[in-house]
Every structure is written in structure tokens, then in C-alpha cells.
Design a protein around this ligand. Structure first.
Ligand code: G3I
Length: 305
């Protein structure tokens, strides 16, 4: 294949990107997105603060714009994210307890219903575990509604859109030796054993020098897959430049290709200048839309894999 998605498709995978609706009128941006990617994630537009700015008042205009662009260009869509401690609308940030639980479940139900039949996979719950060595759940207003909030969200999402794959999505779960990785793995194992509907684990994969691509990445992906779920690399970016960055990108791509249930890779933006990182050059295209060494290394692995 001569593009990322064509080459990934030959391997039975997708290759995707996050898009921001405010850039859909930038023709360099949309030209690259259309040519290279087959799976689209809304970078912010389907989050809780965007879709339910006032309690019970839903606004899908920005999310729909991304979805319509994607569908109009023959792409699939990953939904991001139904329930999260961050980017909650102001009214929800003030809530606790049973009132919050009901508001969260209503949000999951409404948004998943609006997009029913159009989403390949939803990040149902995002970033619910703590960093560091505790392996604990992250303290948040959602967690304080009771430890079963995550499974309740998954059940509500399944009821609203039975055909979307339902994912748990997190960062820093790439290294198999880390407590956070093991804790998420244990939760997924528990869900599978009790019949809680879960189909996939999303590994965000935001890497930098302090948090490099681990040597055991393939092992981590395989351990999750062995639970009977798909794994997806959902928000890939890698700080750095040149051959060192290219090598890390090819390592991630190889790890995914080595795991049968690793169904695809999404990078978190198109050009370096589109990245959420204030500075740095973590993506596959430079600020002029030119292919970087990292791009070529990913494409080569997809073609030889
Ligand atoms: O759109 C408003 C604009 O109107 C306002 O003037 C401006 C002033 O701050 O803010 C703009 O919103 C910003 C938004 O990005 C759109 O650019 C928010 O402040 C900013 O917080 C928001 O950042 C996003 C971040 O999530 C928020 O948590 C990034 O774009 C987005 O890339 C990032 O994505 C997350 C994933 O959802 C979850 N995993 C980590 C990943 C990276 O942080």
C-alpha cells in the first residue's frame, strides 16, 4: 500500500487519526487526512463538555461535523469518550453521588443513542485508573459514586448501541511491568468473567523521553488480547525527531502487527502543529504537511509486516 490506511488494510488493520472540527476547512489538513487515514476520532467534539453543555441539553453539531466528514470520505469513526473525570461540563463537575451516577448514565445513553450504528468503537470510559504504583482507581467524582460506575457505563452503552465495540481507554498502560497496566488488565479479566459487556482495550500511547515505548509492548498487547478483547492503539504520538522517533514508531507498529487482535492504530493528530502538545514534533507529518522519517518507517513496517 502507498498510504498508511491502504497498507494497514492489507494487514487486516485500520490506520486512523484524530481530527479537530475547527480545521476541516484547512485543505492541507483534510487532504492528508483523506489520503492517509481510514479511521477518525473526534479530538474533543464528542466529549461530555461538548455534547451536554447544559444538563439535559445535548449539542451534537461539532461531533456531527466530524462524523459527516468521515462518513462522506468513506472513513469509520471511533467515538471518544462517553464517561471521563476530565472535560466534564461545569454542571457535572459540581455533582456527586446518586445524582451524578444518574446524570452520567443518562449522558452515556443519550450520546450512544444519537450515534447508534455509526460508531466502530466507543471509548466508554477513559482514564479511570491512578498513575504510579498503587494500581488503584483514580479518585474522581465518578469513582466516588461507587466502584461499579465503570461497568454501569458499559451496560448503558451496550443497551444504547449494541453494534459498537465498547472499549476501556487509558494512558500509561503500555508497560506490562507497571501496576496501572496490571490493574486495568485485572478489571478487564473481571468484566469478562462476570459478563460485563466489554470488547476492547484502547492504549492511548502518548510517549516521550520520560515514558518511552517499552520493550515489552508486544507482550502487553498480547496479555490484553488473551482476555478475549480487541486491542487498539488509540492516541499514538511520540516525542522526538529523526531516526530515534522513527524507530520508536516502527516498534509500536510491529507490536500491533504481531498481535492478531490488535485491530488498528490511531495517531493523535495529523501534522506536528496540530498536536495537543504545546511544543514538540510528535506526529507523522511536519508543520508543512510533509512526510517525516517516522511516517516512512511506519509505512515500511505495514508493507513488510
Ligand atoms: O475551543 C476552546 C477555545 O474556544 C478557547 O478559547 C481555548 C482557550 O483555552 O480553549 C479551547 O479548548 C481547548 C480544546 O483543547 C480545543 O483546542 C481546551 O482548552 C483544551 O483543554 C483542549 O485540550 C484537549 C485535551 O484533550 C483536554 O483534556 C486536547 O485538544 C486534546 O488533544 C486532548 O486529548 C486527550 C484525550 O482526549 C484523552 N487522552 C489524552 C489526550 C491528550 O491530552
Amino acid at each position: 500500500g502507498s498510504t498508511l490506511h491502504a497498507a494497514a488494510s492489507d494487514q487486516g488493520r485500520y490506520f486512523g487519526t484524530a481530527l479537530a472540527q475547527g480545521k476541516l476547512n484547512d485543505s492541507q489538513y483534510t487532504t492528508i487526512a483523506d489520503r492517509e487515514f481510514g479511521m477518525i476520532t473526534a479530538e474533543n467534539e464528542m466529549k461530555m463538555d461538548a455534547t451536554e453543555p447544559q444538563r439535559g441539553v445535548f449539542n451534537y453539531s461539532a461531533g456531527d461535523r466530524i462524523l459527516d466528514w468521515a462518513v462522506g470520505h468513506g472513513k469509520q469513526v471511533r467515538g471518544h469518550a462517553l464517561a471521563w473525570h476530565s472535560q466534564q461540563p461545569g454542571w457535572m463537575q459540581q455533582m456527586e453521588g446518586q445524582q451524578l451516577r444518574q446524570a452520567m448514565l443518562n449522558h452515556v445513553t443519550q450520546v450512544a443513542t444519537h450515534y447508534r450504528g455509526k460508531i466502530y468503537a466507543w471509548d466508554v470510559v477513559n482514564e479511570a485508573f491512578e498513575d504510579g504504583s498503587s494500581g488503584a482507581r483514580r479518585n474522581s467524582n465518578l469513582q466516588r459514586t461507587g466502584n461499579d460506575w465503570i461497568e454501569a457505563a458499559f451496560r448503558a452503552a451496550r443497551a444504547a448501541d449494541p453494534n459498537a465495540k465498547l472499549c476501556y481507554n487509558d494512558y500509561n498502560i503500555d508497560n506490562w511491568s507497571h501496576a496501572k497496566t496490571r490493574a486495568v488488565h485485572a478489571m478487564v479479566a473481571d468484566f469478562k468473567s462476570r459478563g460485563v459487556p466489554i470488547d476492547c482495550v484502547g492504549l492511548q500511547a502518548h510517549f516521550n523521553s520520560g515514558n518511552p515505548v517499552p520493550n515489552n509492548y508486544h507482550e502487553t498487547l498480547q496479555h490484553f488480547a488473551d482476555l478475549g478483547v480487541d486491542v487498539q492503539i488509540t492516541e499514538l504520538d511520540i516525542e522526538g525527531s529523526g531516526s530515534s522517533q522513527a524507530q520508536q514508531y516502527s516498534g509500536v507498529t510491529q507490536a500491533c502487527l504481531a498481535v492478531a487482535r490488535c485491530t488498528g492504530i490511531t495517531v493523535w493528530g495529523v501534522r506536528d502543529t496540530d498536536s495537543w502538545r504545546a511544543s514538540g514534533t510528535p506526529l507523522l507529518f511536519d508543520g508543512n504537511g510533509q512526510k517525516k522519517a517516522a511516517y516512512t518507517s511506519v509505512l515500511n513496517v505495514l508493507n513488510d509486516g
